[in-house]
Design a binder for this molecule. Sequence first.
Ligand code: TXA
Ligand code: MG
Length: 318
Amino acid sequence: MPNTLRLTPDENGIAQAAALLKAGGLVAFPTETVYGLGGDARQDASVLGIYAAKGRPAHNPLIIHVADLEMARRYAIFDAQAEALAQAFWPGPLTLVLPLREDAGLSHHVTAGNRTLAIRVPAHPLARALLRAADLPLAGPSANPSGRVSPTTADHVLEGLSGRIAAVLDGGPCAVGVESTILAPGNPPRLLRPGGIGPEAIAALLDAQITRPADAALPEAPGQLASHYAPNALVRLNATTVEACEIWVGFGPDCQAAQLSLSERGDLDEAASRLFDLLRRADQLAGPLGRIAIAPIPQHGIGLAINDRLNRAAAPRD
Ligand code: TXA
Ligand code: MG
């Protein structure tokens, strides 16, 4: 494949991106969470191309992105609870896992053969403009090689996938910085992945307890394998002091000695928006023999998603 194009965030760039997608090409695009690796969810070749470009195992299904709730109803079946969730949180960082419509017309590789579909309406203005211009459901996993740190800038995308995809639409850094919350509606609703929307807000809307299925041998969101988001350096969590050969990533005002900080003022939203970029920078600073030490992060709201990603970055590797 020729060099990956970097497209500008204007009408021209959006039109080029839409044309490439319609022709079956792969285009990375910004969302409010992380960059997605977009392809036409109806074309087998595009969807298989996404798995190949990422080196993603074939059993790990993809999220599809659509322009609005009306379009979402063409692909998935919404009950009253799913409708309420979509009305409250879309566009935004919530992915719903819903029954796939039999007449959805999607490539069966999108769902990896499952009868449920993960679907969301992203809030990023460029993602929305692209979805309208292409008029397609876009399969869109995070635009990184499988198992590595997710991308929150176009440079991150190119570091991992340059030469493997047609283009990246450069929309600058992503505001939320961690992936969407994945929820399976039901009684009780189940949190399959903590993400950009804290479970407290979802529980308040539904007036219901949200359960978090324990990580099982065969997790329900198959992408949730233990080792993921892995930098090259080893990662040590809940670090309140720093050791030799470590790069310390702080959080809050008590980490004066830290070389890097997720948020000096201890703000969880700021920490999420910086998380993946700082993991990459810490990795470079740590070098081949170094280690990354990360300060404790509070376990609520978007802090649950930060801790989830950090636990996976620190998990034992095969
Ligand atoms: O914020 C996000 O969600 C980003 C942006 C680009 O939208 N996308 C993203 O996609 O994080 P990905 O592929 O990196 O993660 C999708 C997760 C995987 O863990 C996958 O196993 C799970 O969603 N998933 C996909 N379809 C599913 C389904 N039908 N049931 C349960 N989990 C599913
Ligand atoms: Mg991912």
